[in-house]
Design a protein around this ligand. Structure first.
Ligand SMILES: *Cc1c(COP(=O)(O)O)cnc(C)c1O
Length: 428
């Protein structure tokens, strides 16, 4: 009797679910292990692919429909978002991810899941361009919008049910609950599991913009959400060098609609940008862990600073969102809200006085940035005028603190000088 010739062994690749997300950020989305092959996926520059007749399943046809330039990044992101999900019996490749040209393109695709005339319940504080897009679509009659205080679970539930106060259901149930948690830029924390349950009770889809948290800190699909949206521009790419977005959905029908929206509306990602995003994603755990630890330390010190009126950070034990964040997140992120003394001039003076921190919009890069959010006329009017949003990067914590501390003192001095000047002006 002869023993069968051994078939060439597949390389020992552990199933993704068995690996830590920190590892998956490094290992997922690699090319097959073939001797002599490249370790990293290539940048694929091809608008079209060899094809004739009826295409086979998964066969590439055309660069707007699907390209190998996107797939390694989509696989890696899916692996990160699915790690708490094995219990749900999901396939090992995880919830399908769809990369888009920007976070806003991903948000636009997710909002297109709302049937025409459907009602969207959305936090009053959320990424301002999301609110602008919702307002624009409401004005065109595409959908209806109800803004809520997302911290107030009872108010959100009432808005989802559509009660109009007199016991009748004048508005009808909502079609979608749009969540950001923590919110941009107020750092409010929603009770995601409770709100998901209430939304599903009335048949509403739940979308979570999880940009602030990243899949390492919060996995909304595991909390029951239907769709997750990321601005890949921020932490996932992480180096302030690309603009990209992504959606993830467990339900194959929802995923197919998101892909179809990308194909039809054409907001597709460029191959170089996606390659850079995957390169950035490889260090996600190191970056997020460092930034988050530094943010916690800075928040503690700022809360005790003489020139600070208020610090918003869910990681602070007395922050109103702390208990919820601790229950549903693996950490508290690295975005802080800061109100320095001196009102708007104080905030502007702080932003002008920093030397290491960069005055700039956006967030989630390796470099620490800050800005006063109400400098934008489209920012929500209920965001305090003097709120400065800080995105903590990966620089040394003592260097960041020294720069911030000096800038706070300089800003307080200039605020004091202004008020003295104003008093002197009064006596004239
Ligand atoms: C930046 C941002 C977006 C928009 O993403 P772009 O990549 O700039 O289009 C959406 N949501 C949040 C929370 C963001 O911070």
């Amino acid at each position: 009797m002869t023993t069968p010739a051994p078939t060439p062994a597949e390389p020992p690749v552990a199933p993704p679910g068995a690996l830590s997300p920190r590892t998956l950020a490094v290992s997922a989305g690699r090319p097959a292990r073939v001797p002599g092959a490249a370790l990293n996926p290539p940048v694929v520059l091809s608008s079209t692919f060899v094809s004739q007749g009826t295409p086979a399943a998964g066969e590439h046809l055309y660069g707007r429909i699907g390209t190998p330039a996107w797939e390694p990044f989509e696989l890696a992101l899916a692996a990160l978002e699915r790690t708490d999900h094995e219990a749900a019996g999901l396939p090992v490749t995880g919830p399908p991810a769809t990369v888009f040209a920007s976070g806003m393109a991903a948000i636009d695709a997710a909002l297109a899941l709302v049937p025409v005339g459907g009602r969207v319940v959305v936090p009053r504080h959320a990424y301002q361009v999301t609110l602008v897009l919702l307002r624009e679509q409401a004005e065109r009659g595409v959908l209806r919008v109800d803004q809520v205080d997302v911290v107030d679970t009872a108010a959100v539930v009432a808005a989802l049910r559509g009660h109009d106060g007199d016991g009748s259901d004048g508005d009808g149930p909502a079609a979608m609950l749009w969540l950001e948690s923590p919110t941009n830029p107020m750092l409010e924390v929603a009770d995601v599991p409770a709100l998901v349950a209430a939304a599903h009770e009335v048949g509403a889809l739940v979308v979570v913009d999880s940009t602030f948290a990243t899949p390492l800190v919060q996995r909304p699909l595991a909390l029951g959400a239907d769709v997750v949206v990321h601005s890949v521009t921020k932490y996932l790419a992480g180096h302030s060098d690309v603009v990209l977005g992504a959606t993830l959905a467990d339900d194959p029908a929802l995923h197919a609609r998101l892909v179809a929206h990308r194909t039809t509306h054409g907001a597709i990602a460029g191959p170089f940008e996606v390659w850079l995003a995957l390169r950035g994603l490889r260090t996600l755990a190191l970056r997020v862990e460092r930034a988050q630890a530094t943010a916690g330390e800075l928040a503690r010190r700022l809360a005790a600073h003489a020139h600070v009126v208020e610090v918003r950070y869910p990681g602070l034990p007395d922050d109103s969102g702390h208990a919820r964040a601790a229950a549903q997140m693996d950490g508290f992120g690295a975005i802080l809200g800061l109100r320095p003394v001196g009102g708007v001039p104080g905030a502007d003076a702080l932003v002008a006085a920093v030397a290491l921190w960069v005055p700039a919009t956006s967030l989630g890069g390796v470099e620490s940035t800050l800005e006063r959010r109400r400098r934008f006329p489209t920012e929500s009017p209920t965001v305090p005028e003097d709120l400065v949003r800080l995105s903590v990067g990966i620089e040394d914590v003592e260097d960041l603190w020294a720069d911030l501390d000096a800038a706070l003192s300089a800003a307080a001095l200039s605020a004091a000088a202004r008020s003295t000047g104003a008093r002197e002006g009064d006596t004239r």
